[in-house]
Write a protein that binds this ligand. Structure first.
Ligand SMILES: *Cc1c(COP(=O)(O)O)cnc(C)c1O
Length: 497
């Protein structure tokens, strides 16, 4: 079947649309907006047809509709290079059923968090995009991380020819395993820097460097161009749509739902990328019921869905789910664009207000267009209690991020009586946040990382993943720490400019 061409434009102004490969290369639009599709493509296979395919097959059927300037050969090559034995299960994203819900395990890749689902393919999409556009500059990936993106991007880009990668993380805002994973990263093209600040500081700093026109020119004169591995890149977003479709087709195949039956998705949310992918899956024609957006104590999104006002003026709280410790959810900008009737003027004004005052309110009609979203949040106490509850009921150990979603779902179901089959996105392995998990389970937690992993392995009845056992004795290669105003200087130093 002929593929309908999909082009991408900015959320903030009516710039000329560009191809998928160009949008992947650029990362962010020149006006600081994010790239969105001019039209959202529709699935051209039925869920029953997709149910006969494996993960890679479903990935191709979904991604071909978005990345329309990739040939079949190019796209299949990217998919086959990403979803291979780096994942420790053949299903890639298995579904685990417990007494109360289904957990979609998105943590079977190299760094045991869901970021691997997209970041194992992004380098391939990017190199292919560079070749298609005859880009000659070396690609410099600049990324801010709340912990998981950084390592997954480093693992994806390490030693990839024609690329370099620089990762900034909040020095005191990530778990011990997360930091250790990053600072031991190998590869001469990698650079990891801790910043004295939180994730929002890191993200704001990266965006500033990214959109500085003078720096962009100077970079080009040295043979470099920036791109982003953050979830603002559509090359991150599109691969994430795949597993929502995939999960649906597995439920169909197992007879758990009838064709056309709706499924709710519950997503532990930070930057709003993962849940936005679920929204896009629904817009493509997948029968999606509610999209339940779960926050931790940084519940800016919960308040937004309750009141229609987004307000980041509040204390930033460090929690045991650090990848969700975010007050500016970048990808919400894309949802606002779509629910305003694809009006870049509206979105541009809201984003301007956000950067000026830290808040904005949306109209009633925009709220109406978001009625399939439900917001919820879980406190630290509720998160820990949820880890215990799920373990006691099913001997299944979940990580704190997944536990936030699981707790939110439990409350949602009780309060609404909605018993639609629900899939909870399980975004990290409990081994990545083992100290919090052990505490929640009432176990001693003040042990060395690797000892803790062995204990957790006994309790959970699962093997210690290679991503953790491989840290034993690994050399610390990255030691730089800078203030939030020193980020550009560090970038220059690494690039020799
Ligand atoms: C990144 C991350 C999230 C949040 O995902 P977003 O796409 O930023 O909303 C949740 N859980 C884990 C473990 C993560 O790494």
């Amino acid at each position: 079947m002929e593929r309908k061409e999909i082009l991408y434009k900015s959320t903030r102004s009516d710039s000329a649309p560009i191809s998928a490969s160009q949008a992947i290369l650029k990362g962010l639009a020149d006006d600081g907006g994010l790239f969105v599709p001019v039209n959202i493509p529709a699935l051209d296979k039925t869920p029953a047809e997709l149910a006969a395919m494996d993960y890679r097959g479903v990935a191709y059927e979904v991604m071909k509709l978005w990345l329309t300037d990739f040939t079949e050969k190019e796209l299949r090559h990217c998919i086959d290079s990403a979803y291979d034995s780096k994942f420790d299960v053949p299903e890639i994203a298995p579904l685990k059923e417990t007494s109360d819900a289904f957990y979609l395990e998105l943590f079977h890749g190299a760094t045991i968090a869901f970021k691997d689902m997209a970041l194992s393919i992004l380098p391939h999409l990017m190199i292919t995009s560079a070749a298609k556009n005859k880009a000659e500059n070396e690609i410099v990936i600049l990324t801010a991380t709340s912990g998981d993106t950084g390592k997954a991007a480093l693992a994806g880009f390490a030693d990839v020819k024609g690329t370099r990668i620089i990762v900034f993380y909040p020095k005191d805002g990530v778990s011990s395993i997360q930091e250790r994973q990053m600072v031991t990263q190998k590869g001469d093209n990698t650079c990891v820097i801790g910043i004295r600040g939180n994730f929002d500081d890191a993200q704001t700093g990266v965006k500033k460097i990214f959109t500085d026109p003078a720096l962009k020119e100077e970079m080009a004169s040295h043979g470099f161009q920036f791109s982003s591995a953050n979830s603002i890149n559509i090359g991150r977003l599109v691969p994430q749509i795949v597993y929502y479709v995939y999960a649906y087709t597995r439920l169909l195949k197992d007879g758990r739902i009838k064709e056309g039956g709706k499924v709710n998705y519950v997503v532990p949310t930070g930057n709003f990328g993962n849940i936005l992918a679920a929204y896009y899956a629904g817009r493509m024609g997948l029968p999606v019921g509610k999209l339940i957006c779960a926050s931790n104590s940084n519940k800016v999104l919960f308040d937004f869905f309750e009141t229609g006002t987004y307000d980041r003026n509040r204390p930033f709280i460090l929690t045991s789910s650090p990848s969700m410790d975010i007050l500016i959810s970048s990808n919400l900008e894309r949802l606002l664009y779509h629910v305003s009737g694809d009006d870049a003027g509206v979105d541009g004004r809201l984003m301007n207000e956000l950067s000026r005052t830290g808040r904005y309110s949306v109209t009633d009609s925009m709220r109406e267009a978001m009625k399939d979203f439900a917001g919820g949040y879980a406190t630290e106490e509720e998160t820990f209690e949820e880890i215990r509850t799920v373990y006691e009921k099913d001997q299944y150990v979940i990580d704190p991020h997944t536990a936030v979603a699981s707790a939110v779902y439990r409350r949602y179901k009780k309060e609404t009586g909605d018993d639609t089959l629900s899939v909870i996105a399980s975004t990290a392995s409990p081994f990545k946040f083992e100290s919090a998990v052990m505490k929640a389970l009432g176990q001693p937690a003040d042990l060395d990382d690797l000892e803790l992993a062995d204990r957790l392995s006994e309790i959970a009845g699962v093997k210690v993943p290679e991503a953790v056992s491989g840290l034993r004795g690994a050399e610390v290669r990255h030691k730089t720490v800078c203030g939030k105003d020193g980020m550009e200087k560090e970038v220059r130093r690494f690039l020799g400019m």
